[in-house]
Ligand binder design. Sequence first.
Ligand code: IPE
Ligand code: IPE
Ligand code: MG
Length: 240
Amino acid sequence: MEAASLAAEEKTGSLRHVAIIMDGNGRWAECHGLPRLRGHIVGVDSARSTIRYLNNGYQLKYLTLYGFSTENWNRSQDEVGGIFRVFEEVVGGMSQELHKEGVRLRHLGRLEELPQSLQQEMNKAIKLTENNTGMTLGFAFSYGGRNEILDAVRRILAEGIPPQNIDEELFSRFLYTTGMPDVDLLIRTGGELRISNFLIWQSAYSEYYFTDVLWPDFDEKEIDKALLAYRQRQRRFGGL
Ligand code: IPE
Ligand code: IPE
Ligand code: MG
């Protein structure tokens, strides 16, 4: 199917929430004889064009991007600091652009663990875009799926909710993704076949799409391929 008609049809399709593990920045840089940080910088361009294409071309309602995991804190201080600097600039620089496009930004993860200046940029961008009604963009940064579940359990206990009232719907409301539907399509670039602690509750029934393409090389054509693959799946949710 042509990409344009695919995009047009998808507007009315079942695809509501796409989540992406943006992996392969470091290897992309190494392949090009560049420092790893350069890969993260170029990866930002892929993120920007992905957001724009899924919002404008596909009119997708929910997109979650995995930018930094709780496990990524184990990298060298140099790399972690570099990623934070890049991200801070990006949030500052992109918030007006996102706002103009009607995107509503959310942070998923433990914002309080991040440097103060980054928290401030993030909070400013969230505030600026909070009333937008276009695509909701979840930015998973210092995010871990297990942490998310533990944070939810702690809050449920702190609120004194009786055990018999805890069902899947209630539990979902205590997750960072509260108000967002479950993930329909989970994409991972960079060739690894794992979910690396990403949205483990919300992707229980997702369709998975893995590609060897490294994140900085992931473009509109690759998005079309992933969404076409999704359309060809038959989702049964345990039924027939
Ligand atoms: C993904 O790219 C971005 C982050 C995890 C911050 P990587 O940095 O993991 O790139 P590879 O996997 O080493 O190529
Ligand atoms: C997952 O990538 C996290 C992000 C893309 C932000 P990693 O590169 O950290 O995952 P592993 O270490 O290969 O599982
Ligand atoms: Mg990686």
